[in-house]
Write a protein that binds this ligand. Structure first.
Ligand code: SAM
Length: 343
């Protein structure tokens, strides 16, 4: 069975995921030769693209994300094997602690070796992310540590270990949606939906360059306009004054303002089409930029500690640079209606 290009989805939920606005963004970016997504997360915009650009580069500072996409592209079967596991509270705590212990080394190995990836970390990470409720998965900000093979609470070292939550026992999301079909099957039965899904993603990602580091590293001339007309989607963590501050494992105050500055500085370049995501009032852009409002589902963000998800879902905006394609107001209304009717 072949999956249509735009039907591909990440196998995990992600705070601030842009799948609902991806089609609208592509209407404005149009056919670009080169595509860069410096805040990759669940890759919703790349996966929503109706076509594959000559060059595509994605990046995220979170090593677990970069490792997952790298590992999936290279070894979908191994990642599926590790991700294929039922919901189990003890496994969740133990694997969480195991992953957190590897966090720093993972980051440096990804940065040091362009081919490095760890399929076990990728599979366990995505499995746990889909069992986990709310923020904090693999953030490394919790009081639980492994001492002599036992998970113990050490409040004096809170902030360096793992945290614990009851696993997600309701409607299943991400890889766990597939659990009824899973098991360690052999031979023809190994053609499982999960494996098919991962292989379809691997095929899509085969030529995508995955980077792990600060966003600014993939926005110099060589990964952008040197390669021709470039579409850039900037979806940084929104300003911390407007959302929960524990959504992402990597985050920084003032980041969204720096990203805005970069966008304004490069917005007039005719070889750039830039989309900048944020909340209403977050970015004051030059009058040559246009802005579109859209409504997020608010579902996953609702689980955030601040509980601001639903209110914020009405404040979503995307600003488009002057060289993005214009669409007629009527068409724009239709696109927005289509987004809303999906809700
Ligand atoms: C709003 S999310 C992106 C969501 C993504 N567009 C999607 O559809 O799933 C922001 C992402 O930026 C990443 N991030 C945070 N600080 C970063 C930085 N300095 N450089 C690169 N990525 C960063 C986070 O790990 C997170 O995945």
């Amino acid at each position: 069975m072949t999956t249509k290009l735009t039907e591909l989805r990440a196998p995990f939920p992600w705070f601030g995921g842009k799948s609902r606005v991806a089609a609208l963004i592509w209407e404005r970016l149009g056919e670009v030769k080169n595509y860069v997504e410096p805040f990759a997360g669940s890759l919703a915009v790349l996966l929503g693209s109706p076509r594959v650009a000559n060059a595509e580069t994605v990046n995220d500072l979170d090593g677990f994300i970069a490792n997952f996409w790298r590992a999936l592209a290279q070894h979908p079967e191994e990642v599926a094997e590790y991700a294929d596991w039922p919901v189990n509270e003890n496994d969740l705590s133990a694997r969480h602690a195991w992953l957190v212990q590897r966090r720093e080394e993972l980051q440096s190995r990804l940065e040091g070796d362009p081919e490095f990836c760890d399929t076990k970390i990728a599979g366990w990470w995505v499995w746990g992310l889909c069992c986990w409720i709310g923020s904090g998965w693999c953030s490394g900000k919790g009081p639980w540590h492994v001492v002599d093979g036992k998970l113990v609470r050490e409040p004096q070292h809170a902030g360096t270990g793992s945290n614990r939550v009851l696993p997600h026992l309701g409607r299943r999301r991400g890889v766990n949606r597939q659990l009824p079909h899973l098991g360690r099957r052999r031979g023809v039965n190994r053609q499982l939906p999960l494996l098919e899904w991962f292989e379809a993603l691997a095929t899509r990602l085969r030529r995508v360059r995955v980077c792990c580091g600060d966003w600014s590293r993939v926005l110099g001339p060589s990964p952008t306009t040197t390669l021709g007309l470039t579409g850039v989607v900037l979806d940084p963590p929104y300003d911390t004054s407007m959302r929960c501050d524990s959504c992402y494992s990597v985050d920084a105050q003032g980041l969204s303002a720096k990203v805005r500055e970069w966008a304004i500085e490069h917005g007039d370049d005719p070889k750039m089409r830039i989309a900048l995501c944020g909340y209403e009032g977050e970015h004051e852009m030059p009058s040559t930029w246009s802005v579109v409002s859209w409504k997020a589902l608010g579902g996953y963000s609702n689980r955030s500690a601040s509980g601001r998800g639903r209110a914020n879902s009405f404040k979503e905006r995307v600003w488009f640079s002057p060289h993005c394609l214009k669409i007629h107001v009527q068409e724009q209304e239709q696109v927005e209606e289509a987004q809303l009717s999906c809700l």
